[in-house]
Design a protein around this ligand. Structure first.
Ligand SMILES: [Zn+2]
Length: 362
């Protein structure tokens, strides 16, 4: 196992370093052109993107995009009974949905969402592809750096109602910022029992946790609609916490000494993994994302004729990643081995264990 350092693992090249890469190319902000260029790889070390990625008439700010961009809704359940009757797991819903978005006219997507099967709880759970990559990277950091302290600290799963209401799991999650301590993330309605209720439980997943990314999401929506967010934004810390939970239940033998006392489930339990609501990026998607972070800048011309360069923001990266999914639907969903439902991988449904991916500058 490779020991990793927080600063280098999450660091990225500055815009000034990117524009000084050897083979740098100028490209327009057009989504399809950009995606094709990055996919080809090899022909350049870096890209200077000229012109806007998100059209400023529709999305004058990234906040507008986070509010008004297209949202891909997974098919909702009409009732608890319908959810209990289905044997389709979340990854199959995503494969089905993502494979059809290439035909949509909408070009700019801000994420995907699912809703609870309980009619009284209609708050969409919103997830971005950017968060899924960041969450997978954060989980990887927690696995590769044992001192980071990624750990389950409570697993309330012995109550009589756990089958119908799910477990409550608290996880300590490292931060990505060198100056910030760990976060406590409490996941509610975690499916841990393999019964007809698991779909209902999984669809009702919620989280108690606060961080800047979550607050920003709420602020953006508020600033642009004047009302409080009616969405539950599932941030990278939440995703890393869910992956830690999947690993906790799937591999009881790997639990820390402290974790060993927490759960009544001491056998391998793949239910959290099977019902995972988050897309797991492939190695291809990760390398693509890292290229955006380490090798691409946006160029803005200043009134005096000088040029400034900046990193892409999360909204721009999100729109680019969905364009990648449109071109290659399996990029984020090629985790299902059809007919086999293989769930013996560390974080399941992925071709490879994500902690063995190549992360960082390509
Ligand atoms: Zn967070």
């Amino acid at each position: 196992m490779v020991a990793v350092n927080k600063k280098t693992f999450f660091g990225r090249r500055t815009p000034a370093q990117i524009v000084q890469l050897d083979r740098i190319e100028e490209v327009p902000g057009d989504l399809s052109v950009l995606v094709r260029k990055i996919e080809q790889g090899g022909s350049s070390d870096g890209l200077i993107i000229q012109g806007e990625i998100l059209p400023s008439d529709a999305f004058p700010t990234v906040g507008k995009f986070k509010h008004h961009g297209g949202l891909i809704s997974l098919p909702p359940f009409s009732s608890v009974a319908q959810a209990r009757a289905t044997d389709v797991v979340p990854v199959e819903q995503r494969v089905e949905k993502f494979s059809r978005i290439s035909a949509w006219r909408q070009q700019y997507f801000r994420g995907y969402a699912f809703r609870s099967a309980h009619p009284g709880d209609q708050i969409p759970r919103v997830i971005t592809l950017v968060s899924c990559v960041k969450g997978a990277k954060l989980f990887t950091y927690g696995v590769l750096q044992p001192l980071a302290g990624l750990e389950v600290i409570a697993a309330l799963d012995d109550a009589a109602m756990v089958e119908e209401e799910g477990a409550v799991v608290k996880v300590m999650v490292p931060s990505r910022n060198a100056h910030r301590g760990r976060y406590t993330v409490q996941l509610n309605s975690v499916p841990v029992v393999d019964s007809s209720h698991k779909q209902v439980v999984a669809s009702s997943l919620s989280v108690d946790h606060d961080c800047e990314e979550k607050k920003n999401h709420i602020r953006f929506v508020y600033a642009h609609s004047g009302r409080l967010s009616k969405e539950l934004f599932l941030c990278p810390h939440t995703i890393a916490a869910y992956y830690a939970t999947m690993a906790f239940y799937a591999h009881p033998a790997k639990r820390s000494v402290r974790e060993q006392t927490l759960s009544v489930f001491d056998h391998e339990n793949h239910v959290p993994l099977q019902m995972n609501p988050f897309v797991i990026p492939t190695q291809f998607a990760v390398s693509f994302y890292e290229f955006l972070d380490h090798n691409c800048v946006i160029e803005h011309e200043q009134p005096g004729g000088s040029h400034v360069y900046r990193h892409l923001n999360d909204g721009e990266k999100e729109a680019i990643l969905w364009t990648l999914v449109k071109r290659h639907p399996p990029t984020f969903t090629d985790m299902l081995r059809k007919g086999k439902r293989r769930i013996d991988d560390a974080v399941g449904f992925a071709h490879q264990n994500i902690t063995q991916y190549r992360w960082g500058a390509p």
